[in-house]
Design a protein around this ligand. Structure first.
Ligand code: GLU
Length: 353
């Protein structure tokens, strides 16, 4: 999960983007970046760390212009680094892309594009999108993005700008949220309504395989085949506090209702038919067969998730499983043998324990 934002209109895009990214920071915060078209060139600023780091860098950088895209990342492919932070650009820097999700067939696409001479600058799955658009671009950004989307397998919310199409952003999605905003000062896009609710309350929730072409004064919508469509504009009258809770009266109810989607998002990109594939798990089936005891260690919510896992592992695999509070584990004298497996769970990825 991550956050994407975009704006084209009569304000300085960088201010709108930074403000939007701050509101989306809950969606990902290992790095952040923006790309702003100054009318002839796309200037990209990216920073490792929080949006505040990016904000300081943007302050001193040369990125004036009314059209731009931004991203706050939660890495799935390629470590958190400035090089892997979005936006990603095409070989000649004329096209910039932000992406939320996972491109499952990026290895094949990257090899295909490299064979055609494209040079990659990052380790991300996302960068193939910039090169695919570059490969297909013949003066029509929508057509090029439609071609790129037709080649992608996976989950994506994507926003693309091109220096030859000033003041225009092309957006599409599949299994990742995208909201468009029709505002007085221009057109907005974001992964979540809360990023644009200060600017406009007239929004369109883009559906899978639809495309939006954002201009300063209007947004045009198209279906997968490229036919113009006229989606319903929803007027959101929540205040910002309610919006942050997704319309639910409190965060607890929101999180309960979000669980099916969160589980789906977590597994997206890790399913092969009905099989769950975890590439990072390098234990062979044979090695796993030797495991005769499991410790699950975690704190707080992770500890409680471990209690559910204990039920599943003992029920399905019939292997005795202990769940331990991670911060206490090191002070105990647990029985760990060469055939014990320890699973460490961290909800945030940042728990020091
Ligand atoms: N898969 C992309 C990456 O690793 C996007 C991750 C995200 O949604 O933040 O860069």
């Amino acid at each position: 999960m991550c956050g994407i934002v975009g704006f084209t209109g009569s304000l300085q895009a960088k201010d709108v983007l930074i403000e939007g990214l701050k509101r989306l920071e809950y969606r990902g915060y290992d790095s952040a970046g923006i790309a702003v078209d100054d009318g002839s060139t796309i200037n990209v600023v990216r920073r490792l760390g929080k949006v505040s780091e990016l904000d300081s860098a943007v302050g001193s950088a040369d990125c004036l212009g009314g059209c731009g895209i931004g991203h706050t990342r939660w890495a799935t492919h390629g470590m958190p680094s400035e090089r892997n932070a979005h936006p990603h650009v095409s070989c000649d820097g004329s096209i910039a892309v932000v992406h939320n999700g996972i491109i499952e067939n990026f290895v094949e696409l990257r090899e295909e594009l490299q064979a055609k001479g494209h040079v990659f600058a990052s380790e991300t799955d996302t960068e193939v999108v910039a090169h695919l658009v570059e490969e297909a671009y013949q003066g029509d950004l929508l057509a090029a993005v439609r071609y790129a989307a037709s080649r992608l397998v996976g989950a994506y919310g994507i926003a693309v700008i091109c220096d030859k199409d000033p003041d225009t952003i092309v957006v599409t999605r599949k299994d990742s949220p995208i909201v468009l905003g029709h505002g007085e000062n221009g057109s907005y896009v974001a992964s979540d309504i809360i990023a644009l609710i200060d600017a406009t309350r007239d929004v369109v929730i883009l559906e899978d395989d639809q495309f939006a072409v954002m201009h300063t004064d209007r947004i045009d919508y198209f279906d997968e085949e490229g036919n113009a469509i006229d989606p319903e504009i929803t007027h959101v009258d929540w205040d910002i506090d309610v919006a942050e809770k997704g319309g639910y009266p409190d965060f607890m109810l929101k999180e309960i209702h979000e669980q099916p989607r969160v589980v789906r998002d977590t597994l997206a990109g890790r399913m092969d038919g009905n099989e769950i594939v975890i590439d990072e798990l390098t234990l062979s089936r044979q090695e796993l067969n030797f495991v005769d005891r499991v410790y699950i260690i975690g704190c707080g919510t992770s500890y409680h998730a471990g209690l559910i896992a204990k039920n599943l592992i003992e029920g399905w695999a019939r292997i005795p499983t202990e769940v331990e509070v991670a911060s206490e584990f090191r002070y105990r004298n647990p029985i760990i043998t060469p055939t014990t497996m320890v699973v460490a769970v961290s909800q945030s990825g940042e728990t020091a324990d």
